[in-house]
Design a protein around this ligand. Structure first.
Ligand code: ATP
Ligand code: MG
Length: 230
């Protein structure tokens, strides 16, 4: 993103609404997980992926989010196949443009909640959004050590940290797994608001059907394919 853009590319960037496109993705480990899957994520759009345990949802999300190269197929971001570009460029995309929320959150233990957020601001040049912390109901624990937070508070802190980076795409693997229904809803509302306000997109893996149905599109990973449910 260091090249200066000419006027023409600025205009096309503005008109272009596709954030991410997966083309003919196939992958397998011990058994085939999916074959020739196509998927498009537009700006301001949220896509949910549901499916049985072991069907390959996390694997698909890892592939889409730059963490795992597929056996075949392409992931197009910013007009390029992310697995065909230089490693350094891919790391930059992962750091600056992609916000990956794992079910097991990777916070720096031994540091305070606030330190964990400051790392994100340091890497991205953004500042901590107090209203985001209030929305997620973690503003009052911000000076506590990560080890002193409950599982659900840690999960919300890791989500706040990802959003502080201001990513273009959020990839979330069961981000509400540890949360009660009300808190899960608050987290999902926060993610939806974020993508609408920031022209971003989200791909969400969840086993909670009611949360999935709040997304713009819902797919079920079954029989090696993504079946469109909504
Ligand atoms: N790195 C890996 N090496 C070998 N096999 C793997 C690897 N990652 C996943 N698998 C296998 O691929 C299959 C799909 O796993 P995946 O984690 O994608 O499923 P999932 O749909 O996310 O399931 P869950 O709902 O339980 O999270 C499983 O059989 C799993 O054992
Ligand atoms: Mg999974």
């Amino acid at each position: 993103m260091s090249e200066t853009k000419n006027d023409e590319s600025l205009i096309t960037d503005d008109i272009k609404t596709t954030l991410l496109e997966a083309k003919k993705l196939s992958h397998e480990f011990d058994y085939k997980l999916f074959e020739d899957i196509n998927l498009k994520l537009e700006k301001k759009e949220s896509i949910a992926i549901i499916g049985m345990s072991g069907s390959g949802k996390s694997t698909l999300l890892n592939i889409l989010s730059s963490l795992l190269e597929p056996k075949s197929g392409e992931i197009i971001f910013d007009n390029q196949d992310i697995y065909k570009i230089k490693k350094k460029k891919l790391l930059n995309i992962r750091r600056e443009d992609f916000g990956i929320i794992f079910q097991a959150h990777y916070l720096f233990r031994g540091f305070s909640a606030n330190d964990n957020l400051e790392i994100a601001t340091f890497l991205s040049g953004n500042s901590i959004d107090e209203s985001l912390l209030k929305k997620l109901n973690i503003d009052f624990v911000i000076n506590q050590g990560v080890g002193e937070l409950s599982g659900g508070q840690q999960q919300r802190l890791s989500i706040a940290r990802v959003l502080t980076k201001k990513p273009k795409i959020i990839f979330a693997d069961e981000p509400t797994g540890n949360l009660d229904k009300d808190t899960a809803q608050i987290v999902l509302d926060t993610l939806h608001e974020y993508i609408k306000e920031n022209n971003a997109g989200m791909i969400l893996v969840t086993h909670e059907n009611d949360l999935a149905m709040q997304c713009d599109k819902v797919y079920k990973l079954e029989n090696l394919q993504l079946e469109e449910l909504k």
